[in-house]
Structures are given as C-alpha cells and as structure tokens.
Design a protein around this ligand. Structure first.
Ligand SMILES: *Cc1c(COP(=O)(O)O)cnc(C)c1O
Length: 416
C-alpha cells in the first residue's frame, strides 16, 4: 500500500481553497528526507547534497533545502539564475551541464559555481569563453553496461554524457597545467535505481578510478560526486531505498579503497533529485467524466502536461481515490483531456469506483513532475501548493492564465 502524506479531510479543505489540478508538496517530508540524507553521510566531513534543480525548480522548495544544508545542481541559465536569487552562491552551486552554451559557462563562472565538465573538448571551449577556474570537476563515462549482480541497470555506452577514462586523465593533466588547483570526479551511471547497492557499486568504480587517476596525474582530488540516480519505489510492491544503508555502504567502500590510498580527505557529494522530492509531491486531480466503450475510462482534470512520465516512459504512478477509498474495485484507464492517445495516467488499473467529482491523488509526482510539464493543446501549467509543517497550504506558484500563453506572440492584439 501507498499512503498519501495527507488525510482526505485535510485535502478536501485544500481543494476547496485551490482549484485542481495542482501539485501538492509536503514540507515536513522534504525536510526529513534532507536530514536523513545528511545523516547517512555524516561520517564524511565534507559531504554535501546538491539538489538537482531540474527535478523541482521552485524557489520555495530550494529555500527549504537550503535551510537543511543542501546546495543546488544546475544545468541551465535559468536554473542558475533562480538558484542565485534564492541565495545560493559559489561552491553551493554545482553546474553539471552538457553541450553547454558559452553564456551559461560565463554565468556559472560569475556566480563562482563549481563547473563539472562533461566533455574533454570542453576544456578549450571553457578556456576561450569563460576562463579556467581553480576548482573543476570532470564527468566520467566508463562505457559498457552498468550492472548490479546479474541485473543490467543501464547502458552508459549509449549515454551522451561524460568522458572516457583516457580523456579524463588527459583532461586532469591539461587542467593542472592550466592552473587548476582542486579536482573532482563525477558520474551518473544509472537512473531511478530501486536498490541500496547502486551508490556503493558506483562508489567502488569511482574510488578505484580516483586512486588510479591521482597516482598518474598527482592532482589534488577534492571531491567525488556520486550525482543522482537513487530512485523511488513508484510501485507499491517495491521497497523504498534506505539512505542509511546506502550511506553505510559507501562508507565501507571509502574505508576500503580511498583511505588506504591516502585519499581519506576526499569529500563525497551527491546530486539527488528524484530521491529528495518525488515521494513528497502529489498531483491532485478531480474526476470530471466517465466513459464506457471497449474499456472504462475515468477522465480527470489533469493531463500529461502536468505529469509526463506515464505518457513518455510508460511509468507507473500509484493512484489513490481520496473521496472513495473503500469503493468497489473497477478496472479503468485514467485519462487526461489531450488529443493524444498516450495521455493516460493508468491503463487497466483496478481502482475503487471513481465517481464524478471524486478527488484522486497521483503519487510520487514531486520530482520530474511539474518540471517536465508543457503546453501541448494550449493547456496551461497548473499551480504548485506547499503543505507547510504547521498544516497551512500555501500557493508557491500560481496556475498560468490564458494571457501567459499569449504574451510571447506577435502579430495579433489579444486585448481587443
Ligand atoms: C538528472 C540529474 C541528476 C538528478 O538525478 P535524479 O535521478 O533525479 O536523482 C543529478 N545530476 C545530473 C547531472 C543530472 O542530469
């Protein structure tokens, strides 16, 4: 079972105040998660979680994470700008971009962000457009497949990110000659892993690489960035990752590989997005229509523009009917209103009977949810609401209005 972080009664008050659909975030859960992550890595003196802004780019959320000691991981100009306005500065900002425009490198340098170079070829580009900083990180891609036991978790060889080992060693040598004083190594080799073994195995690969690279290049290795990839249990039968177990797993590899090699000062960084926020956000929507043809359809007022993952990846998101939790089960497709047949939040799902006006919550929508939203069919982006620790609901982003959609268009006067 998946239990929403809010009661039906409390949610009914909120839906009276704010029209659906909206994303609802849980401040308490977010803070507890950040504390658990920091606690799990407290054994490492320099540990820092740089929240991946792309997962949930809202300043109020970023501020909460900042208060819990997190930094931010950015990959675009506006992510940098938003983070700067929230008050992140210098080494609190990781800039892990790829195929990076010159202005973004320039802006990242201006803010003193730590640049994580995606490509060997970026050295010359960065030097030309923004200059080489004193601290720099390089992103590694080992190629091949990433395996845990007999399970293939992902295919780094097909990923556009990172550089080969030979390139990374060459990059460190050249960057050192160009005046870089402190170095970092970064890799993200599998996405949404529901396993406590991903980080420890990634750590083993990166720590062994680090020992080899430092021996060959004699650089001052300041940090190793394990990046994102720790996933969430979207399906109710899956077991949630245990960050305490993960942190301990990484510690053991650290003691076994890095400490004996004289690298016991190296800081561990993370850039978790999904793990930090996904379970602490719900997409709240109401049943607006029912339709019976060859299948039974439950029409809701949210659509794929509010949560793209099911349409794009066929992802499972659990759904609870908050108005009729004990209703008779019926097998339905839960659909949005786009003129696009993949606009379905669930296909052939047994749910308690959905009645017109019922409130449904779609679970684990707090990361890569709102942020992957779009405006197909001239649908407008919905609002984001934060459930504060004191129980108050606060709007932290209003829904778009028609004029927001029209404002960038030339050649017509919409005022008339
Ligand atoms: C997307 C991304 C992350 C966050 O990944 P999650 O799976 O959401 O934790 C971290 N770092 C980089 C460079 C990314 O592209």
């Amino acid at each position: 079972m998946k239990t929403p972080f809010i009661t039906s009664k409390k949610l009914a008050e909120i839906t009276k105040q704010f029209p659906t659909p909206f994303h609802l975030y849980d401040e308490k859960g977010i803070r507890e998660k950040a504390r658990a992550v920091n606690q799990a890595f407290a054994w490492n003196k320099g540990f820092k979680e740089y929240f991946a802004v792309k997962a949930t780019p809202n300043p109020t959320i970023l501020k909460i994470l900042q208060e819990e000691g997190c930094g931010v991981d950015c990959a675009s100009y506006v992510e940098l700008l938003m983070s700067h306005k929230v008050g992140f500065e210098g080494s609190d900002i990781m800039f892990s971009s790829n195929n990076t425009p010159a202005e973004e490198f320039q802006y990242a340098r201006e803010l003193g962000a730590t640049i994580n170079l995606d490509a060997y070829e970026d050295i010359a580009f960065l030097q030309e457009v923004a200059g080489i900083p004193e601290t720099i990180s390089c992103r590694y891609n080992p190629g091949g497949t990433f395996e845990l036991g007999t399970d293939i978790m992902d295919h780094p060889e097909d990923a556009k990110f990172g550089m080969t080992k030979a390139q990374l060693i060459q990059a460190f040598k050249e960057l050192k000659a160009l005046g870089v004083k402190k170095f970092g190594i970064h890799a993200l080799l599998a996405s949404n892993t529901v396993s406590n073994d991903y980080y420890p195995e990634l750590a083993r690969q990166l720590f062994e690489l680090a020992v080899e690279v430092v021996a060959e290049t004699k650089v001052d290795l300041d940090f190793i960035n394990l990046s994102g990839g720790i996933g969430v249990n979207y399906r109710p039968e899956e077991t949630a990752n245990d960050i305490a177990v993960i942190g301990e797993g990484v510690r053991q590899v650290y003691e076994r590989v890095l400490t004996p090699a004289g690298l016991g000062q190296v800081k561990i960084f993370a850039e978790l997005g999904r793990f930090m926020l996904a379970p602490h956000g719900l997409l709240v929507t109401k049943v607006t229509h029912k339709k019976q043809t060859y299948r039974t359809y439950v029409g809701v007022d949210a659509s794929a523009v509010n949560l793209l993952r099911p349409a794009m990846y066929g992802s499972y998101h659990h759904i609870s009917n908050m108005s009729n939790p004990d209703g008779q089960l019926e097998v339905v497709d839960v659909v949005g209103s786009l003129c696009e047949n993949n606009d379905k939040f669930a296909i052939g799902r047994a749910l308690p009977e959905s009645r017109l006006g019922d409130t449904l919550v779609i679970h684990d929508a707090g990361a890569h949810g709102f942020s992957m939203g779009y405006q197909y069919n001239a649908k407008l982006r919905s609002s984001e609401i934060l459930l504060r620790e004191d129980g108050q609901a606060q709007m932290i982003r209003r829904a778009e209005k028609p004029e927001d959609y029209l404002v960038t268009l030339y050649g017509f006067n919409f005022e008339k």
